[in-house]
Design a protein around this ligand. Structure first.
Ligand code: FA5
Length: 331
């Protein structure tokens, strides 16, 4: 009986200490198989008297049950540990990583300007730029706006104290670059002109004194108003998406004839005013050194700031000047 008790406690201890499932399986064979002490003890029962044999037989059955219970318990533990290891190894971390310190990013207006340039470049346009400090001729006179022309009042001007009074201005629109590209490059012309412009205006929810425009200019043989309308429609779909469309309304600009304002329609049916456009006026072509009998062209231009904020549902244009990181971080 003492042997049987020793066999039981040794077997249970070894099973509980099995380091893995393979070793556990080996131990089970070793402890309960034919060669095991347990089987040996069972065989020895035959040499005992009837009472002793009965007692020892019951004890051996108890040991067998205890050994198999210890093995089952250890197996369950080892299987649970293996499952946990496998789950940990297969786990996908889908948490968005946010750097502790952000390196900052481009301002919403710059982002929008670059997106617009990308769309136009994708449509085959080249990007052209010109100076922000401009002479009167490029900003007004050369664009068919002679001195004292009433349409000059459409764009209140900041004058630079240089040369004769009124000679040098901060450009009020990107259109003066039209004349520069015509003179420098000549037709065929397919350019977009992004840039910063300035007007002597009181700031309010829809006006800034410094804002941004982008302007397209095409000059080639046989360019028609149909090309203008089609290009604006193609741009609208390329930039805003297939659910958007455009419309033109008659308007007036001294540098285009005929002229129009263009709006885009959102998928919900509402309209957003975007900018001005028209066929380049023959006087402007001539001022750019191009023969209007040979070439025709169209131009369109619009404000970037209003567009950028409308897209993000920001109501007040003055937010563009905000230095509040909580505002800037949103875009
Ligand atoms: C022009 O500046 C013309 N040069 C546009 C043009 C180009 C017409 C080529 C024909 C051919 P306008 O003054 O309407 O047009 O200004 C164009 C856009 O600039 C406006 O639609 C608006 O989006 C934006 N804008 C004008 N004033 C301000 C302002 N104070 N603050 C913010 N955006 C403005």
């Amino acid at each position: 009986m003492a042997d049987i008790e020793r066999i039981e406690s040794a077997a249970v201890d070894r099973l509980r200490a099995a380091p893995d499932l393979d070793r556990l399986r080996e131990l089970e064979t070793e402890l309960t198989g034919k060669q095991s002490e347990l089987s040996g003890a069972k065989r020895a029962l035959g040499g005992l008297g009837p009472d002793e044999r009965r007692e020892a037989g019951l004890a051996l059955n108890r040991v067998r049950a205890a050994v198999s219970e210890a093995a089952d318990g250890r197996r369950a533990e080892l299987e649970a540990a293996a499952r946990a290891t496998r789950v940990a190894a297969e786990r996908l971390d889908l948490t968005e990583v946010r750097a502790e310190r952000s390196a900052g990013h481009l301002h919403l207006v710059t982002q929008t300007m670059e997106e617009l340039e990308d769309v136009f470049v994708g449509m085959g346009f080249e990007v052209a730029e010109g100076p922000e400090v401009e002479d009167d001729w490029h900003n007004f006179t050369g664009l068919n706006l002679p001195a004292f022309h009433p349409a000059r009042d459409m764009q209140d001007t900041f004058f630079v104290d240089r040369g004769e009074p009124g000679d040098v201005v901060l450009r009020t629109h990107t259109s003066p670059v039209q004349l520069r590209v015509m003179a420098e490059q000549g037709p065929p012309i397919y350019v977009v002109i992004p840039g910063r412009v300035h007007r002597n205006e009181a700031r309010d929810a829809t006006h800034l004194a410094t804002f941004h425009q982008i302007e397209a200019l095409v000059v080639d043989r046989g360019i028609t108003f149909g090309h203008l309308a089609g290009t604006i429609e193609a741009f609208t779909r390329a930039y805003f998406g297939a659910g958007f469309s455009s419309r033109l309304r008659p308007s007036y600009f001294p540098f285009t004839e005929p002229s129009a304002e263009f709006d885009i329609q959102r998928p919900d049916g509402s309209w957003l005013e975007l900018g001005g456009c028209g066929m380049v006026h023959p006087n402007v072509l001539r001022n750019g050194g191009i023969d209007p009998e040979q070439f025709t062209g169209f131009a369109f231009g619009f404000g970037i700031d209003r567009l950028a904020l409308t897209r993000h549902g920001v109501a007040d244009l003055r937010e563009i000047l905000s230095v509040d990181v909580r505002f800037l971080e949103q875009f």
